[in-house]
Design a protein around this ligand. Sequence first.
Ligand code: INR
Length: 291
Amino acid sequence: MMWVGRQYLGIDKIGEGGYGEVYKCYDTLDEKMVAVKKIFFLGDRDGVPGEVIREASILKETKHDNIVRLLDVLNEEKSVYLVFEHLDLNLLTFMKGIELPRDSQAIKDYLRHILSGVAYCHARKILHRDLKPANLLIDLRENRVKVADFGLARPVGVPLKSYTEQVGTPKYRAPEILLGSHQYSSAVDIWSVGCTFAEMVIWQPLFTGRTEIDLLLSIFSILGTPNEETWPGVTSLSEQINHLPKSNPKELAKVFQDLEPAGVNLLSKMLCLDPSKRITARDALKHEYLT
Ligand code: INR
């Protein structure tokens, strides 16, 4: 038996992200399940970075139906534990098609939920930076998606595994990041939501590739290789672009034959290569596909 503080009793390890491990725990005081994330840090001499505590305090005030609630922050010895509400499923399970119906209304509802949570955080200048099906959780009772892992500890946390051996692939990473931009804007989250939306429709990841370059080639094989005309500034972002094979954009309506035209239109605006022209979460919520 593993106790986290005096209140939470460890049951199972349910996840392992880049920056910590997640345990399903029993909250002995409130008599309910919670998810406890243990954050790892580089060196232990300076104790726990104050930044994490500050960020966590902000997130504790973040209350929205489509954001996984942070309930408690524990600072035990050299670790920080973040206590969240617990949900039984994530969108990965949904993608595997076992647990839930996959009709077009469900896709629409889930996309609206994800965008609502994202819009709420973006309005508060909180970025996610790593949106993917694994941290989109599903509340089956309310049939609602909630975004987990928003804006946490990324700049200060230390990865569990070295970059190359990180779990999974950077499948949901925006092209500007893959091309080496260090300027994260809210547009990176919209890209990830677009990839997730596409995946709900076609039952498999839209872009694949084990390495960043393979992934870029996969993206460009569908959306076309960008140039200064379609994405001003792209060549100064990365010289690399000039050496890649050139692809022409595919007709998205042909790639997504099961998606209604309004959905294809919204998807094309979320998967816009140029981040400055990518649709915002707020505008996406007003798009005819979702209204
Ligand atoms: C489940 C997870 C259910 N619930 C994986 C999971 C599989 C099945 O990570 C999880 C979480 C939960 C979770 O119920 N609450 C949280 C994860 C995270 C925060 S985080 C909160 O930050 O994404 O690791």
